[in-house]
Structure formats: structure tokens, C-alpha cells
Design a protein around this ligand. Sequence first.
Ligand SMILES: Cc1cc2nc3c(=O)[nH]c(=O)nc-3n(C[C@H](O)[C@H](O)[C@H](O)COP(=O)(O)O)c2cc1C
Length: 217
Amino acid sequence: MVSISTAEVLYGAILNRRSMGLARLKPDAVDRAVIEQMLDAANWAPSHGDTEPWRFTVFAGEGRAALADLFEAAQKENVADNPEALAKAREGATKRAFAAPVWISIGMVPGRKTDGSLQMSLDEELMAVACAVQNLHLMASALGLAGMWHSKGPSVHPAVARGLGLQEPDRLLGFFMCGWPSSDWFTSTRRPLSEKVRWVDSPEDFTSASTTNEEEI
Ligand SMILES: Cc1cc2nc3c(=O)[nH]c(=O)nc-3n(C[C@H](O)[C@H](O)[C@H](O)COP(=O)(O)O)c2cc1C
């Protein structure tokens, strides 16, 4: 029997995680228990000071009509001076919200000290939320769910953030949209580590002129 080490399983899961957008999602509903496994994985992310700043709102089933309301509000703010576009805002927002079976908003609410001041820097809080999303995405892929972190346009619009109750310095960092895959899973590539890593084994290896190691790593 071949024994597979935890490291091999983990590396396989990391390689297998793919970003798959709306066009690659089946419309079928996803069981709440599956989403809860993803959220549980997210909740195990590290955070400096144990602030646990990640906040998620899950929109699924008919709950997506509430998300359509938020997208509509965002679109109306964008096209406030265009009556034709205003009239189409509801239709576009509904189409988008119902284009994925599950949308998970990604919020950052920083930890506070008892006097109300921030416990940690906002950068640290953002980094912790990114760790949580990576856990969420890894678990989604491991469960066979396709999904993607979307961080542009309506996914980070101030009207959507307000609707979700996120007020400065809280942040809306986008949405994780997911569903069962409608197309084949696929692989990806990365540029070599040698472009991104410096390896310093002796003082001579460290020269301020070079930012990466020329050697293959
Ligand atoms: C913070 C973050 C934000 C992202 N935002 C978007 C986005 O708005 N639109 C998009 O198409 N992909 C987005 N992506 C997905 C990336 O395009 C994707 O991770 C990259 O192409 C690598 O593909 P892979 O995730 O399948 O390895 C985002 C990824 C991250 C980490």
C-alpha cells in the first residue's frame, strides 16, 4: 500500500485550487453543510492578536434577492444621471446575483481595544482576512466546488459595503462566488520561484543590487 503523507495531500490541494468564475458554475444549489465546511476552514486562519477580523455573509437561494438589492443600489449610484441605465439597474443586478448559486461577502472588521482604538494595523487585519479566504477557497476546491474571489466593481462598491453594515475602517474586500463546476477542472502554471526568491547562505550572496536569486530554485 502506498502511504500518502499529509504534506503530499496538502500540496495536492494547493495545486488543485483554481479560480473559476460565473461562467463555470452550474446553477444547482449547494448544501448549506458544504458551505459551512468552507466557512469553518476560513475561521481557522491566523490573525495577529487573535482579532479574527474576517466577516462573511452568505447569500444563497432566494436570499440572493437581497444581494440583488445591494447590486442594484450600487448600479444606481454609478448611473445616477442616465435614466435609461437606471431603469435597467434592477434587471442587471438580479441577473448577476442569480448567476452563482452562492455568494459569500468578504468583510474585514478590525479588532478593537477596550478604549475603541485599533488593536492591530489595518494591513495586518487585511492580511488575516486574505489567509481566511485562502482557507475557504482551498476547502471549496477540495470539496469539488468551483469558485473565485471577485474584488472589482459591484463586489467592492461602497453601496454594497454600506448595505452589509461595513463602515470605515471596516472594509468590503469582495465576494467569493461558488457552485458546482459546469466545466472540466483545469490546471494552471506559475512563473518560477527563482524570479521571486533570494537565497542568502553567506554574506556574499546578499547584494543590494539584486532582488532575486539567478539560480534555479
Ligand atoms: C485578492 C484576489 C482578488 C481577485 N479578484 C479577482 C477579480 O476581481 N476578477 C477575477 O477574474 N479574478 C480575481 N481573482 C482571481 C485571480 O485572477 C486568480 O487567482 C489568478 O488568475 C490565479 O488563478 P488561480 O487562482 O486559478 O490559481 C482574485 C484573486 C485574489 C487573490
